[in-house]
Every structure is written in C-alpha cells, then in structure tokens.
Design a protein around this ligand. Sequence first.
Ligand SMILES: [Zn+2]
Ligand SMILES: [Zn+2]
Length: 283
Amino acid sequence: MKIGCHISVGKGLEQAVLRAIELGAESLQVFTKNPRGLRPKKVDHKDAAKGVALLKEHGLVLVCHTPYITNLSTPKEDLQEVTIRSILEDLHIAEAYGAVGAVVHCGKHVGEGEEYGTKRMVETLDLILEQYNGPVKLLLENTAGQGSELGLTIPSLMEIRGATKYPEKIGFCFDTCHSFAAGQWNLESFDQLVEEMERTGYLKHLVAIHFNDSKAPFASQKDRHEKIGKGEIGSEALAKFLIHEKFQHLPVVLETPVDDEQEYAEEMVYLHQLRNAGLVVEQ
Ligand SMILES: [Zn+2]
Ligand SMILES: [Zn+2]
C-alpha cells in the first residue's frame, strides 16, 4: 500500500514530488491544471522528466486529477467540445508526469434525467478515448450524489464503463467520503461493499483510493471532506480499507482539508499507525 496525499503542482512536478518525499508520502496526487478552469496548459517537459525520475528513484506512485468543473454529461455541444479537448489534454499531461491514471468526476445530468446523463457521459467518454492510446487510464471517481451527479454506486460505474467502446482505457478511483455520503457504505456494511466490488468486477479495475473522512452524515449526499478520524465515518471504519488484503496494491491518497500541506505528514503517520495496529491484530 502506498499512503500519500494531494500536493500542489504550482511550482512544477519536480518540486511536488520533492515535497511529497519530504512529508513521508509514498504516493501523491496533483492536478493536471487549475482545477477551477479548463484553460489549456503548457507542460514543462524538462520539469516533468525530472519529476518522473524522482518518482522512480523513490518508488512513489502518482495519480493525476482533472479539473472539477468538467461535466461529461453536459447537454451543451460547445461545453462538450471544450470538455473533450480539456480531458484529452489532461491525459497527455498525466502521461508526461508518469501518472498511473487521471481521475475524472462522473457527469451531472443537470435536469435532463439519469438515463440521458448516463448516455451522454458514455458518448463523451468515447469521443475522448477514441483519440487517446497512451498508457494512462481515465479513472472514474464515484460521487456523493450532490445535485444531479451520476456515479454513486459501484454497479452504475461498471455500467458506464461497460457501455463505452473503450472499457480497457477506463479504471476507477474510489473516494471513501463520497461513497459514505452517497449511502453506499459504513462500518457495518464495509464487507458488503468489498463483496460488491468483487462481484461486479469493479475491484479488478480499481487503480486508486481517495482516503477521506466525511463532515456530512451517512447518505446525506453532501461532499464535505474531513480529516481521518474527525468525521462521521470514523477511524475504525476507515482503517478497514488500510488493512484489507484486496487494497494492499493501491495508492491511498489523502484529500482531507489542510491549511498547510505540512499537516499531511502527521496524518500519514496516523494512517500508518492505524494500518499497523490492524495488521498486528490479524496475525
Ligand atoms: Zn476524491
Ligand atoms: Zn470530494
């Protein structure tokens, strides 16, 4: 298991990786570009190459995250076009950064209905993926179900993947906070969640975990991240992910609220403690 956190890439990839190492991270996530915009970004390939070399040297796993504001299900033609161009660029940036995947949020049907939203999302994914043949997987992230968000459940995510022409180019990123807020799991139903991930085939395509506690209650459909052990999910339930044998090969990335990235160092130590405590009990 590679325990890590989200890091700012404002000063380039090399600096982000150095920062992650300094904080004691074994994995990290960076945005491909400004998360609140879709403006094209020029990649500094020299910096990217240095960053990739550092990742390899220190055995870190990198996950990229695409901007939040894209909507794969947008009914508007011009917005769909911008979204396709932007995410295609994100995949190329993620490739230059040596990332295992680029996380994208599921679509929002914006009042057009779930059926339309899902169909439109599949169509947009096809238009993106027919133009990309590189090694980076596009990772669909489960949502909390805020507003008209799609992709709350494991079966619905598998259905979207299976409906595209390029399922082999699609993987998943599981967010613990979103899934809890969507009413999909808690301490009592953790085993059922894992069973569902296995039964549906989702687990085989799971590439990363976003590890967050939740400020909002179970099934509230509100996306509010909290520090591990300080929220509604609690450390006992979250620790189950850290010790379960099915998740040991994955990067586990914190996206918890911090004023300063330095706070992640302490939180990652806490995660290692939770994990080690669990492993001792199991022996
Ligand atoms: Zn997330
Ligand atoms: Zn979130």
